[in-house]
Design a protein. Structure first.
Ligand SMILES: Cc1cc2nc3c(=O)[nH]c(=O)nc-3n(C[C@H](O)[C@H](O)[C@H](O)COP(=O)(O)OP(=O)(O)OC[C@H]3O[C@@H](n4cnc5c(N)ncnc54)[C@H](O)[C@@H]3O)c2cc1C
Length: 460
C-alpha cells in the first residue's frame, strides 16, 4: 500500500510529492489532466485553452459575472500561469491569524520558509532593457502620477528574450521549459526518487477506513479504485471541495466545507495608442504596483496582456465595432486592476454533482473596483492614450478557499496540522485552505504552506 496518494500535481501537489518521496515515502500522484511537454503542448490559443484547462478553458460563477481559469494537465496551473512569486506581508498574515486563530501565520515563522524555498526555486526579474512598450508605458505613467512600482520576481530560468522570445505563448505551456513549473522542476526529480504518476485519472470521492483511505475515480473512461495510508488533497480550491462534497460521509462532518471562496477578481483596462504598443511581444509581464496606498485600499495594478482570443472575449463591443476594436490589438496598452475581495463566495455541487460557485461582489468589493478603475484610466491618460476601453468580462485566476484552515471545526475544514478536522489521514495544504484573499499572488505561499505541511506529516 502507498504511504501517501497525492491528488493533483500543481503548485502544491508537485512540491508535496517531491518532499515526501525524497524523504523515502512510497507515493503515488494522481492527476486528472494529460501529460504534455514542450514538444506536445497543443498549438495555438484555441488548442491549449481547450485541452489544458478545466471545462474547455473557462468556468463561470452561477450568475455568469465572473470567469474562472484553472489548469488541467500534469503540473497543474503551474504550467499555464504567469509564474510571479510574491511573499505575504504582515498585513496578510495578521488577517489570516485573526481569522483562523493559527499562531504560526506571521512573518517571523513564515519568512524562513520562503527563504528556504528561494534557495531552491530559480526566479528572476526581467532586466529593464527587455521591458516591452506595454511595461515602459506602465512605468512612465506611474512615475508621472507619483505612484510606486516594482519589478516582478518571476519563476523562470532563461527565457531567451535576447533572441526575441515572446513569452505570451507560455500561457499554453512554455516551449523553452524556462518557466519553472512543477512539470519541469519537482516532478522529474520526484519520479527519479521513486514517485509513481498516473495521469488522466480524475478522483471522484474518498472513503475514510480509519487506518487507510480508499480513493475512487475514473481513468480514461474506466472506473478505478486505490488505497493509501494517507491522502493529500492538492486538487485546488474547486477540485478539493468537489471531492470532499462527493465523499458524503466525510462532508457530513464538515459544516464549513465550500465556504470562504475568493479569487482576486481582475478587471482589464486598455489604453489605445497612436503608435503600435505590441504588448503581446517580448516579456509578457515585467512590473507591478508596489504602493502602500494601493495595498491599504485593497487594490493591485499589474502590467500584463492577453492573447487574441481572450482579448476578443474581454472587449465590450459586438459586430462591426468589435472588428474595429480588434484591429487595434497591436496599439493597446493594458493595466489590470485586481482587488482583494471579501471571502463570501461559496462552492457547492448541484443535484447532478456539477460544481456551482456563488461569488457575489460585496459593496466593499465594488468600492475597491471603482477606485482601482479610476486610477487605471488616469494612468492610461498619463501614458498618452488617445482612447480607453473598459473590459466587460471579469476573471478570477487565483481560486482560493472552500476548505479554509482554522482552529474551529465549525468555521473551518482543515486544522493547523494541515489535517481535515477529525480525519488524521486526510491532508491538505493547497490554495483551498486560504481563509481569506491576501491581495497578493498566492503561489509562493502555497509552496511555503506545502513545504511546512510536508515536514510536519513526515514527523507525525
Ligand atoms: C492564467 C493564470 C495565471 C496565473 N498567474 C499566477 C502568478 O503569476 N503568480 C501566482 O502566484 N499565481 C498565479 N496564478 C494562480 C496559481 O497558479 C494558482 O493559485 C496555483 O496554481 C494553485 O495551486 P494548487 O496547487 O492549489 O492548484 P493547481 O496548481 O491548480 O493544481 C491542482 C491540480 O489538481 C488537478 N485536479 C483537480 N481535480 C482533480 C481530481 N478530481 N482528480 C485528480 N486531479 C485533480 C488539476 O487538474 C490540477 O492539475 C495564475 C493562475 C492562472 C489560471
Amino acid at each position: 500500500m502507498y504511504d501517501f496518494a497525492i491528488v493533483g500535481s500543481g503548485v502544491s501537489g508537485g512540491r508535496i510529492a517531491f518532499e515526501l518521496t525524497a524523504a523515502g515515502a512510497k507515493c503515488l500522484l494522481v492527476e486528472a489532466g494529460r501529460a504534455f511537454d514542450r514538444h506536445s503542448y497543443p498549438p495555438g490559443e484555441l488548442g491549449y485553452s481547450t485541452q489544458m484547462f478545466w471545462n474547455g478553458g473557462l468556468e463561470i460563477s452561477r450568475d455568469a459575472r465572473l470567469g474562472f481559469l484553472r489548469g488541467k494537465c500534469l503540473g497543474g496551473t503551474s504550467v499555464v500561469n504567469q509564474a510571479d512569486l510574491n511573499r505575504f506581508d504582515a498585513r496578510a498574515w495578521d488577517d489570516w491569524r485573526g481569522r483562523s486563530g493559527i499562531g504560526f501565520f506571521q512573518c517571523a515563522v513564515m519568512d524562513p520558509i520562503y527563504d528556504d524555498l528561494r534557495r531552491q526555486v530559480v526566479a528572476d526579474e526581467i532586466p529593464p532593457q527587455f521591458y516591452n512598450r506595454n511595461a515602459r508605458l506602465f512605468v512612465e505613467a506611474f512615475e508621472r502620477r507619483g505612484y510606486h512600482w516594482a519589478p516582478i520576481l518571476r519563476s523562470q530560468d532563461n527565457c531567451h528574450l535576447d533572441k526575441g522570445s515572446d513569452c505570451i505563448v507560455c500561457l499554453g505551456g512554455c516551449p523553452r521549459d524556462a518557466k519553472q513549473s512543477t512539470l519541469v522542476t519537482l516532478l522529474p526529480k520526484a519520479r527519479a526518487a521513486g514517485l509513481e504518476i498516473e495521469t488522466e485519472f480524475e478522483i471522484d470521492h474518498l472513503d475514510d477506513a480509519g487506518d487507510h483511505v480508499r480513493l475512487a475515480g475514473r481513468q480514461r473512461g474506466h472506473e478505478r479504485q486505490l488505497q493509501a495510508r494517507r491522502v493529500v488533497l492538492a486538487a485546488g480550491a474547486l477540485g478539493n471541495t468537489a471531492i470532499l462534497f462527493r465523499s458524503r460521509e466525510i462532508a457530513a462532518t464538515l459544516p464549513a466545507l465550500g465556504s470562504s471562496f475568493c479569487c482576486h477578481p481582475q478587471f482589464m483596462t486598455y489604453g489605445v495608442h497612436r503608435e503600435p504598443v505590441n504588448a503581446h511581444k517580448g516579456a509578457l509581464q515585467s512590473v507591478e504596483s508596489h504602493d502602500e496606498r494601493f495595498r491599504e485600499a485593497g487594490i493591485k495594478l499589474e502590467n500584463v496582456f492577453a492573447p487574441p482570443i481572450a482579448t476578443a472575449m474581454l472587449l465590450p463591443s459586438r459586430g462591426a465595432a468589435h472588428y474595429q476594436q480588434m484591429r487595434k490589438y497591436r496599439h493597446i496598452a493594458c493595466v489590470e486592476v485586481a482587488i482583494r475581495d471579501e471571502p463570501v463566495g461559496r462552492i457547492a455541487l448541484d443535484r447532478r454533482g456539477k460544481l456551482v460557485v456563488d461569488k457575489p461582489l460585496t459593496a466593499l468589493d465594488h468600492q475597491k473596483v471603482r477606485h482601482g478603475l479610476d486610477i487605471a484610466f488616469d494612468l492610461h491618460t498619463a501614458a498618452g492614450a488617445i482612447d480607453t476601453i473598459r473590459c466587460e468580462q471579469v476573471f478570477g485566476l487565483h481560486l482560493m478557499g472552500g476548505c479554509p484552515i482554522g482552529t474551529d471545526p465549525r468555521t473551518s475544514v482543515v486544522g493547523p496540522d494541515f489535517h481535515v478536522h477529525g480525519r488524521p489521514n486526510l491532508l491538505v495544504a493547497d490554495s483551498s485552505v486560504f481563509p481569506t484573499a491576501p491581495g497578493i499572488n498566492p503561489s509562493f505561499t502555497i509552496m511555503a504552506l506545502s513545504l511546512r505541511a510536508s515536514r510536519q506529516w513526515l514527523t507525525h
